[in-house]
Design a protein around this ligand. Structure first.
Ligand SMILES: [Zn+2]
Length: 283
């Protein structure tokens, strides 16, 4: 398989009224486990690296993203590479500048923390430059709870405001606040399915769901039926990954070779990606 473009994967999801799953990559083992899980499910997917993950790697984007590009390009199913929750203007500029070299085909501009008019100006400017290098641009309106623990869980995206935002910024996809919250370790979020349907009806671009680890599977499938076309998943992978590491270390106090505990941890990511992908695809 060659490296896929996010725009093509999303276009397929729109045509089939399904959704593409996008999984957060923190280390190389995440990327490998995600690709294996997608292959096992036989579905396409997205490897996404967040600004926080870039910061974890010393602020250097290229090493991990280039690794994602190579993992995606050698996967047996179509896989693309996305940069997620980019707030830093300098990083956003380097994503646009390095997109072709690093195999990045989409970028989420996260300016939702700014005052509304500043969010529009920042997002529109990045969408315009990103489109020159064929990047698919996602933005967010109505902050999705949980990031930095600062936002109320009751935030909702207003359909009229969202329609105006999309028109004024020229973005290709919109992350909406419909009841999910970042970093939930239990699937107990309640989605506003009626609002998703109204947003899908009102907006000319595909909808993205963030904080999906906190959403029970039947609700995730219902969200796709209501119009969600990209589903971001991070925490659900790390719950299994870290549990395997913890179990191995508790079991074997003498271990020093990281391969001993990272192999089962990577397998946990593969299994979670396989099961989530298969469950959403069968919806
Ligand atoms: Zn998010």
């Amino acid at each position: 398989m060659t490296l896929a473009a996010t725009s093509a994967l999303i276009a397929d999801a729109v045509r089939s009224e399904g959704a593409v799953l996008a999984f957060n990559v923190i280390t190389l083992e995440h990327a490998e486990g995600i690709a294996e899980g997608l292959e096992a499910a036989g579905v396409p997917g997205i490897l996404q690296v967040s600004e926080n993950a870039v910061r974890f790697h010393g602020g250097r984007m290229a090493p991990l993203v280039a690794a994602c590009r190579e993992v995606a390009a050698s996967a047996g199913v179509p896989v693309s590479v996305h940069l997620d929750h980019v707030q830093d203007a300098e990083l956003a500029r380097s994503v646009v500048a390095e997109a072709e070299r690093l195999g990045i085909s989409s970028l989420m501009v996260d300016a939702a923390h700014l005052p509304y008019e500043d969010n529009i100006a920042t997002t529109a400017a990045l969408a315009a430059t990103g489109h020159r290098t064929s990047l698919w641009i996602e933005a967010e309106l109505g902050e999705i709870g949980g990031k930095d623990g600062a936002h109320a869980a009751g935030v909702r995206t207003d359909p009229d405001e969202a329609a105006s935002f999309v028109e004024r910024t020229g973005v290709d996809g919109l992350a909406v606040a419909v009841g999910s919250s970042h970093a939930m370790t239990t699937a107990t979020a309640r989605l506003d399915l009626d609002l998703i349907a109204r947003l899908a009806e009102r907006l000319p671009v595909p909808l993205v769901l963030h904080g999906s680890s906190g959403v029970p599977m039947p609700a995730l499938r219902a969200a796709v039926a209501a119009g969600i076309r990209k589903i971001n998943i991070g925490t659900a992978l790390n719950v299994g990954y870290t549990a395997r590491v913890r179990a191995h270390l508790a079991d074997d106090e003498a271990v020093t070779d990281p391969r001993k505990y990272l192999t089962p941890a990577r397998d946990a990511i593969r299994d979670a990606v396989r099961d989530l992908s298969a469950a959403v695809a069968s919806g």
